[in-house]
Design a protein around this ligand. Structure first.
Ligand code: HEM
Length: 507
């Protein structure tokens, strides 16, 4: 009888995997309930193409805290407001680390990153700086004119498109792209004081394309994240492709930073106030904890991260909000009536007007409840072994907090699947991390550092769009036939970009 060496190798691998699987099951008995798993790949197949939706469906059978084995990665999933409260209030520090995707280790990105970096001195120093620049109301107020400028260019861009292309009902305007350009431009103005979308900007389009590709790689499911022993091989070439596009984007940022350093050396200053890049370059730590200065490599990484974290998340939310309003003509009318009452048709809307618009604010909350851009937040990681709600959770367990599922928790929400902004009128529930039934920005130490900025852009962008135009669906769609299916990537967006027909109102 002849033995084929490859078959023997596979048989050996299979038996080893089976043994490891059985031993690990015997050792850990006090884990949360787990759906049946396959040897070696564990529960990977349970995730499917829409992990947040598929995990949500486990809840009925397995309860609000579920255990998964994703390849060899221990994973805990939290899917109720009550379990999320327990997690963030009682265990935030234990789970303050991130599980970094393999793709984001390219060019040592993870070493400079805030979002996927480990909890420690570097992270704390950077987080303090980012909070001061992006989260503090006073600082965010100082940059209102930049957001206004970007929103004005968006309206101009839409009007040009309407005039040049003479948009027909069949075509409609692709709103998804326009909203992405707005969010990208806001980050560019705030971080680099640059209008990267200015047609005269040489590097702008190249940077835009490289950043877009970088985000695509970051959102691709990667088998090396589940079977870490495959990392050396990079079977889908995701890390290699990421390194290429990240390298391109970083090269352009490097040019911007060099230019800024030259400008600072010559003592010239064109900007009225310092921007985020100035804050990074000016930083001086005491050296006790974290760096004394941020290295230029890390400055590049942090700048790139702001584009990645702040663009698609914000633009997707606006797109979902407008899609929901187009499906619900009564809500659209109520939002417009409020605008007409607060602003009228004889003047331009300003950011501060949106503070007097409770219905608009309710629309944003309701959108974030049903369509959190990062439905599983950004995965946390256990820094040590711990006991969570009676379960023994090993060190290095990855945690998904399913904000999408929590937003649909029938114990927390009446008619959870209906888009009803009015549920928030007269309610104190907010998305600032204290109400665990609504956590689209997460909660605790690793909560979104761009929340205040996102809040302003979402309200100003939506209010201005509704104020300037009357809205109808394009592509021959009606409120009843509008497709609200999702597409997962780095963030969750509409499967089919929203196409609309707009009619200018006299403002
Ligand atoms: C609607 C818009 C946005 C949504 C829904 C969103 C959502 C989130 C979520 C869920 C997290 C993880 C929170 C956690 O683990 O508890 C996060 C983290 C983060 N966000 Fe946002 N975000 C948005 C906009 C922004 C903006 C505009 C910026 C900056 C320009 C930003 C920068 C970051 C950063 C740097 C982190 C990592 C924080 C850390 O790990 O310490 N985000 N965001």
């Amino acid at each position: 009888m002849e033995y084929c060496p490859t078959s023997l190798l596979w048989l050996g691998l299979l038996l080893t995997a089976l043994l490891v699987f059985l031993l690990s099951r015997r050792k850990r008995t006090n884990l949360p309930p787990q759906p049946p798993a396959w040897p070696m790949i564990g529960n990977i197949l349970n995730l499917g193409t829409m992990p947040h939706q598929n995990l949500h469906s486990f809840q009925a059978e397995h309860g609000p805290v579920t255990w998964l084995k994703l390849g060899s990665v221990n994973t805990m999933v939290i899917q109720s407001a009550q379990a999320a409260a327990e997690f963030f209030k009682g265990h935030d520090l234990t789970f303050a680390d991130r599980k970094c995707p393999h793709a984001l280790t390219a060019l040592e990105y993870d070493q400079g990153s805030l979002a996927v970096g480990c909890y420690g001195g570097y992270w704390r120093a950077l987080r303090r700086l980012c909070s001061a620049e992006l989260l503090m109301n006073k600082r965010v107020n100082e940059t209102a004119h930049l957001r206004q400028k970007c929103v004005d260019s968006m309206i101009m861009h839409i009007e040009e498109e309407m005039a040049v292309k003479q948009v027909t009902a069949e075509q409609g305007i692709n709103l998804s792209h326009i909203l992405f350009l707005l969010s990208f431009n806001v980050v560019g103005n705030l971080v680099l004081s640059r209008d990267l979308l200015d047609p005269k900007s040489k590097d702008g389009p190249e940077f835009f394309n490289a950043t877009n590709r970088f985000m695509e790689w970051a959102g691709k499911p990667n088998v090396a994240d589940f079977l870490p022993w495959l990392k050396w091989w990079d079977p889908q070439r995701i890390k290699a492709s990421m390194a290429k596009d990240m390298g391109r984007a970083m090269k352009i940022i490097e040019g911007f930073v060099k230019e800024r350093l030259e400008e600072r050396k010559l003592g010239g200053k064109i900007r009225a106030t310092n921007d985020f890049l100035d804050a990074l370059l000016d930083y001086e730590g005491d050296g006790k904890e974290g760096p004394r200065k941020f290295s230029l490599q890390n400055v590049n990484i942090i700048v790139l991260e702001m584009f990645m974290a702040g663009s698609e998340t914000t633009s997707n939310t606006m797109e979902w909000a407008l899609a929901e309003l187009l499906r619900q003509p009564e809500s659209m009318k109520r939002a417009k009536d409020e605008l007409d009452q607060v602003v009228g048709l004889n003047r331009k809307l300003e950011e501060s007007d949106t503070e007097k618009m409770p219905f608009l604010q309710a629309v944003v909350k309701e959108t974030l409840r049903l369509h959190p851009s990062l439905p599983l937040l950004i995965p946390r990681n256990a820094r040590k072994e711990t006991n969570f709600m009676g379960y023994d959770i090993p060190k290095d367990t990855q945690v998904f907090v399913n904000a999408w599922s929590i937003g649909r928790d029938p114990d927390a929400w009446e008619e959870p699947l209906a888009f009803k902004p009015e549920r928030f009128l007269g309610s104190n529930i907010d998305f600032k991390g204290q109400n665990f039934e609504l956590i689209p920005f997460g909660s605790g130490r690793r909560m979104c550092v761009g929340l205040a900025l996102a809040h302003r852009v979402l309200h100003l962008g939506l209010a201005t769009l509704l104020h300037c135009f009357d809205w109808e669906l394009g592509g021959g769609l009606t409120p009843a036939t509008l497709d609200m299916r999702e597409r997962a990537g780095l963030s969750v967006r509409k499967l089919h970009p929203l196409k609309v027909l707009l009619k200018k109102r006299s403002v």
